[in-house]
Design a protein around this ligand. Structure first.
Ligand code: COA
Ligand code: ZN
Length: 319
């Protein structure tokens, strides 16, 4: 398949990865209105919220109300983050299409984020997988710090592949490799994606980049070269893990779509509609968002000549 005709699948994570980090609570009705707008943008998937402990993530304590309140668009997969069986039961009561389980591949980050060892997490997520059996709900696992840990540094490729194999054996449908704190770099991403695709061709593989060090778009291109077609992205570039020092936003949806469209990819996503939705964010969350496209516009959004400038040389009348 040529690059020009390649279909990509985007998962919008702003209302989960983004909103979980916001200090001020965003009203449930505002969350619902934003998700309804996102549902009309052409995403393959939307990560709506998380069914975590309200003490750990108070910003998303209205998860049930949000899930019940949104108008679900046929063809969009509505997924939610779930840390344990309790979360899975709450998610099932809302008829989600998919649950997104989460653990970190570095011991320190897992302890900070989930208050468990990795083995305890794996056992607990195994219980969730058992609880989901026969429900028809898809299971994805997001593996945090897969490209580096802010406390431990590099995470060996063999460690990533080992944990992927353990989840593949448990029968999950998809795995998301997360660069939780923007430590990944392109050649690392390419190798990780090539090895993962070769070993786990039956799994839906998704890449989740944060732009902490400005490398998210470069890493996306590296993943594309390695054949990855699924990406998480966040409206306005919101996002960040509350348990990762210095973490900043995910790759920005409109920057990603803008770049991919220019290179001829079919993202399924309507850039104008995404920009409209992104423009609503500052009022909703009370602060500016990282999005460069929101500030600068698309590359072909032309500007009037500044006042006092006479116009193009060839348009001037020379005597
Ligand atoms: N939904 C609602 N409440 C939950 C819950 C869930 N899925 N899981 C646990 N709780 C509640 C418990 O009922 C308990 O409440 P109580 O203090 O009123 O009795 C409290 O949370 C603590 O439960 P416990 O089982 O001791 O868990 P914990 O304190 O070790 O927390 C997690 C473990 C994983 C549930 C919690 O740390 C969490 O939700 N973390 C969020 C992780 C996250 O989303 N990070 C960002 C994304 S990567
Ligand atoms: Zn993230």
């Amino acid at each position: 398949m040529t690059k020009q005709s390649k279909r990509l699948y985007l998962n919008e994570v702003a209302t989960r990865d983004g909103f979980q980090n916001e200090a001020a609570f965003i009203d449930t009705d505002d969350k619902i209105a934003l998700i309804d707008a996102l549902s009309a943008c052409g995403y393959a998937k939307i990560e709506v919220t998380s069914f975590t402990s309200p003490k750990a993530i108070p910003a998303l304590r209205d998860a049930e109300a949000v899930m019940h309140g949104i108008a679900r668009q046929p063809g969009v997969v509505y997924t939610v983050l779930v840390p344990n069986v309790r979360g899975a039961e709450r998610a099932l009561s809302c008829n989600v299409d998919e649950v997104n389980l989460v653990m970190s591949l570095s011991e320190s980050h897992n302890r900070a984020n989930l208050r468990m060892t990795r083995e305890q997490s794996f056992a607990q997520l195994g219980d969730v997988i058992d609880a989901m059996r026969g429900t028809g709900v898809a299971i994805n696992v997001s593996l945090s710090t897969a490209m580096g840990c802010p406390m431990e540094g590099d995470v060996p490729l063999a460690t990533v592949l080992d944990w992927m194999a353990r989840f593949a054996e448990r029968g999950v449908h998809g795995i998301t490799l997360c660069d939780t704190t923007g430590m990944a770099y392109p050649s690392q991403v390419r190798e990780l994606c090539e090895r993962s695709r070769a070993q786990f061709d039956a799994l839906e593989l998704t890449l989740h980049f944060h732009n902490t060090r400005g490398m998210a778009l470069a890493n996306t291109l590296a993943a594309l070269e390695a054949g990855i077609v699924r990406f998480d992205a966040s409206l306005g570039g919101l996002g960040g893990c509350p348990y990762a020092p210095g973490a900043t936003g995910n790759v920005c949806t409109e920057e990603l779509v803008h770049m991919l469209e220019l290179d001829g990819y079919d993202t399924g996503v309507n850039l104008a509609a995404v920009l409209d939705a992104s423009a609503r964010l500052p009022a909703l969350i009370g602060h500016d968002v990282p999005s460069q496209i929101l500030k600068a516009g698309r590359r072909t959004d032309l500007h009037p000549l500044p006042g006092g400038v006479q116009g193009m040389p060839e348009q001037r009348a020379f005597s």
